[in-house]
Design a binder for this molecule. Structure first.
Ligand SMILES: O=C[C@H](O)COP(=O)(O)O
Length: 249
């Protein structure tokens, strides 16, 4: 049985004070909710504040990105060890915005995945096709390629913590959502590719999240699909009431 994971990706929003206010308002709304795993991913400057605020609750905290190196002269970067040390339990890797604006590639995502696993972070690896790729009929190829390259060199025995987020680029922040059927079809492709690479047992236990304009009003239809094991939520996770409604789909 795969426990759904509902993760908030706040992107570059919220100061520490705003993040803290969110947590204060959000925690009572989800108190005792254990059907789903809940994670908040604030920007690095709010990580420590949010980690301290959720201590002892049913809410975890993750980073939005990390570097693959142990340490070094990489100005502006954060390592896996730094995230683990301050109490983060997961990290988003390879989000399409990082691929689009910050030169993230399948190769760097793969290196980051190895580093995240080494430091016991739950990696949420984002993959998904662009509009041109979907319209050109390349969705399946893109998903298989991105999944394969992200997972290169990962042994089945080490793959258990990995989470994949299917985020069609054309649905991110646009208000356009993949239909539940479209998302489920993509998830099946991803699961079959993972089964081919890492075996059936890993694939059956793998959580595959959907991301792309998930809102309180469409969360139930998406998350009731047996192939969809949770959501990675951007815009609608910035408001505590809205995110709590999604968590309680
Ligand atoms: O990581 C989250 C995704 O980019 C989705 O963002 P969105 O819910 O604002 O479309």
């Amino acid at each position: 049985m795969r426990k759904p994971l509902i993760a908030a990706n706040w992107k570059m929003y919220k100061t520490p004070a705003q993040a803290s206010e969110f947590v204060t308002n959000f925690l009572p709304l989800v108190a005792g909710h254990d059907r789903d795993e809940i994670v908040l991913c604030p920007s690095d400057t709010s990580l420590a504040t949010v980690i301290a605020s959720v201590q002892g609750t049913n809410v975890g905290v993750g980073g939005q990105n990390m570097h693959f190196a142990e340490e070094g002269a990489y100005t502006g970067e954060t390592s896996a060890q730094m995230l683990t040390t301050i109490g983060a339990t997961c990290v988003i890797l390879g989000h399409s915005e990082r691929r689009q604006y910050f030169c993230e590639t399948d190769e760097t995502v793969n290196k980051k995945l190895h580093a995240a696993l080494k430091y016991k972070l739950t990696p949420i690896v984002c993959i998904g096709e662009s509009l041109a790729e979907r319209e050109g009929g390349h969705t399946e190829d893109v998903l298989r390629r991105q999944a394969t390259q992200a997972l290169t060199g990962i042994a089945p025995a080490d793959a258990e913590p990995i989470v994949i987020a299917y985020e069609p680029v054309w649905a991110i922040g646009t208000g356009k959502t993949a239909t539940p059927e479209m998302a489920a079809e993509a998830h099946l492709i991803i699961r079959s590719e993972v089964a081919r690479r890492l075996g059936r047992s890993v694939a059956e236990n793998l959580r595959i999240l959907y991301g792309g304009s998930v809102k309180p009003d469409n969360a139930t239809a998406l998350l009731n699909q047996p192939e969809i094991d949770g959501a990675l939520v951007g815009g609608a996770s910035l408001d505590p009431q809205s995110f709590a409604r999604i968590v309680k789909y």
